[in-house]
Design a protein around this ligand. Structure first.
Ligand SMILES: Nc1ncnc2c1ncn2[C@@H]1O[C@H](COP(=O)(O)OP(=O)(O)OP(=O)(O)O)[C@@H](O)[C@H]1O
Ligand SMILES: O=C(O)c1ccc[n+]([C@@H]2O[C@H](COP(=O)([O-])O)[C@@H](O)[C@H]2O)c1
Length: 207
């Protein structure tokens, strides 16, 4: 079909290491889906997270399984294995290029993040090209205030046009904390979906 005739689709990208996926990931994705009228949100587990090189993460198939278990009850959420099927660091620019091919030139892409990630954007691979290709939505994360003036200095007009912010109910939850809780024999009930908790126990992850 001619690009001009294709309907505009608004697609959310929820990228993460998801080691493990937790309720804050799900909550920010749902808040952004609604606020930005997204047609769908793709949860994309990173095979090889660019900024976590050298850090041990559980094998990709476990992170994929937990992500699938976590999102399956939401019809607006889907899982994409594209980064798991690619070699090398999971650069978001390569992911966005693949999505542009898959969904066509009229698709509008919204990369969903916490505010800690927005503060790191200047360190990302070819960030200017990435900002030209997709939107970012920074959701509030406890302990990570965003310096908007710094973003304006670094990215100029692109910051105004492509980096958006959404205040969400803040959840002081991290995968690091969940891994530590499991290691210490503490409860993770209600911090991850019940099916993810059951999977972690069954597979003996993070002990
Ligand atoms: N509690 C939270 N509130 C808002 N955003 C979050 C929260 N936890 C994670 N995110 C965002 O979700 C995305 C993926 O995060 P990631 O999978 O690295 O989880 P994490 O909890 O930060 O992991 P870790 O503790 O292992 O570093 C990032 O953009 C991150 O900013
Ligand atoms: O492309 C990059 O340079 C880049 C650098 C850091 C993080 N990212 C992406 O940002 C998302 C969150 O990363 P992380 O490390 O917080 O799980 C995940 O999809 C990563 O692939 C991407």
């Amino acid at each position: 079909m001619d690009d001009a005739l294709q309907p505009v689709r608004r697609i959310g990208i929820m990228g993460g290491t998801f080691d493990p996926i937790h309720i804050a990931h799900l909550a920010i994705a749902e808040q952004v889906r609604e606020a930005f009228a997204l047609d769908l949100v793709l949860f994309i587990p990173a095979a090889n997270p660019p900024h976590k090189q050298g850090r041990k993460v559980v094998p990709a198939y476990h992170r994929l399984m937990m992500t699938q278990l976590a999102v399956c009850s939401n019809p607006g959420f889907h899982v994409s294995k594209q980064e798991l099927e690619r070699k090398g660091p999971s650069y978001s620019l390569l992911t966005v290029r693949e999505l542009q091919e898959r969904y066509g030139a009229n698709a509008e892409l919204y990369f969903i993040t916490g505010s800690d990630t927005i503060n790191e954007l200047h360190t990302w691979y070819h960030i200017d090209e990435l900002l030209a290709s997709c939107h970012f939505v920074g959701t509030t994360r406890p302990g990570a205030p965003v310096d908007k003036e710094d973003l304006r200095k670094r990215f100029g007009q692109l910051a105004e046009e492509k980096i958006h912010f959404l205040a969400v109910p803040e959840l002081e939850i991290s995968s690091t904390d969940i891994r530590e809780r499991v290691r210490d024999g503490k409860s993770i009930k209600y911090l991850v979906p019940a099916a993810v908790e059951a999977y972690i126990i069954k597979e003996g992850l993070y002990r």
